[in-house]
Design a protein around this ligand. Structure first.
Ligand code: NAP
Ligand code: ZN
Ligand code: ZN
Length: 347
């Protein structure tokens, strides 16, 4: 076994603190890489707080992981020692169900292995995430990271990037479309960058008036303050798509009213409580309410390659691991510009 230093929540009530654990030895198809940076996703906070379901504790969060390969198994062909490598939200899946067969491992019908707060494919061994100094992952679930981009700013692409890229590609959002990005946080700011790169006319819908200048600097064409009834009235019937990245309860019926006929409201944010949606909000204008979860391995690599080609990374604020609780508190208040990334050297 390989000794690893990490940061863990021991229970949903306790703050994260140093915790040492072990990872499996490098198997024939495994890659071991030293973690250099790990992004902080709002899902980390939801999960250590049991917002969605009872978690597996101790929990080492982190699924926006980048680093450098230090060891490869005897059968590994895709990586060599010294390569940059990354891992997102998945470390394995059944690989044979109809979704896995279509490169949709995130929707594995037999249960994919989440990078943390999950179980390996033996359905027994808990997984531990990227708030740690080393990880062992099967090469098929390890991503190639470009040397061209700033490495720390690349880490958030592994979740915030793919989670917004995948639905925009699936619904073929681009030139001629009006896209609204609801919530300007980690996912939202990546959605703006991709929406603009794909040629859509992008509006940010935000609760934070002070984010307007940032939204425009990110490339957004318009900005709507959602607490202002006049601005909401003016935005009615105007969007083809809303990409909803909000982490807290919000009024879906109001936002569905902003869609044009045949418009699609795509949920990627996962508030802890279920929403109440009136059928009238959907049937007037034949609207759709949809959802999307992260992305498969092939699409994640496609997104990383797209970002390398178009020089797209996340806007980050680097933090020391000892400041993680303060970062969570700020994230909870919407005060994130626009992704915290942990410098793992501080561990
Ligand atoms: P984040 O950085 O905290 O951003 C969320 C943003 O939502 C905030 O910055 C804020 O933007 C807005 N917001 C927060 N509270 C709000 C409220 N009460 N009403 C309206 N807007 C509010 O979070 P994130 O890391 O981007 O994650 C966003 C959500 O996506 C989380 O629920 C996370 O678990 C989920 N997620 C889902 C997937 C997936 O596969 N579908 C993957 C990753 C994350 P403004 O200040 O602009 O209003
Ligand atoms: Zn995430
Ligand atoms: Zn499967």
């Amino acid at each position: 076994m390989i000794p690893v230093k990490g940061y863990a929540a021991q229970t949903p009530e306790t703050d994260l603190a140093p915790w040492n654990f072990e990872r499996r030895d490098v198997g024939p198809h495994d890659v071991q890489f030293d973690i250099l940076f790990c992004g902080v996703c709002h899902s980390d906070l939801h999960q250590i707080k049991n917002d969605w379901f009872p978690g597996i504790f101790p929990m080492v969060p982190g699924h926006e992981i980048v680093g450098r390969v230090v060891k490869v198994g005897s059968h590994v062909t895709k990586f060599k020692v010294g390569d940059l490598a990354g891992t997102g939200c998945l470390v394995d899946s059944c690989r044979h169900c109809e979704n896995c067969a279509q490169d949709l491992e995130q929707y594995c019908l037999n249960g994919s292995s989440q990078t943390y707060n999950g179980l390996e494919q033996d359905h027994k061994t808990p997984t531990y995430g990227g708030y740690s100094n080393s990880i062992v992952v099967n090469e098929d679930f390890t991503l190639h990271i470009s040397e061209k981009l700033d490495l720390a700013a690349t880490a958030p692409l592994l979740c915030a990037g793919i989670t917004t890229y995948s639905p925009l590609r699936h619904w073929k959002v681009g030139k001629g479309h009006k896209l609204a990005v609801l919530g300007l946080g980690g996912l939202g700011h990546m959605a703006v960058k991709f929406g603009v790169a794909f040629g859509a006319e992008v509006t940010v819908l935000s609760t934070s008036p002070k984010k307007e200048a940032d939204a425009k600097a990110l490339g957004a064409h318009h900005f709507v303050v959602t607490s202002d009834p006049e601005q909401i009235k003016a935005a009615k019937n105007s969007f083809d798509f809303i990409l909803d990245t909000v982490s807290a309860p919000h009024d879906f019926n109001m936002y569905l009213g902003l869609l044009r006929t045949n418009g699609v409201h795509i949920c990627v944010g996962v508030p802890p409580e279920p929403a109440s949606i009136h059928a009238f909000s959907l049937l007037g204008g034949r609207k759709s309410l949809a959802g999307s979860g992260i992305g498969g391995l092939a699409e994640t690599q496609e997104m990383l390659d797209f970002c390398a080609e178009h020089n797209i990374v996340s806007d980050i604020e680097m933090i020391d691991i000892k400041d993680i609780t303060t970062a969570y508190e700020r994230m909870q208040k919407g005060d994130v510009r626009y992704r915290f990334v942990i410098d793992i050297a501080t561990l």
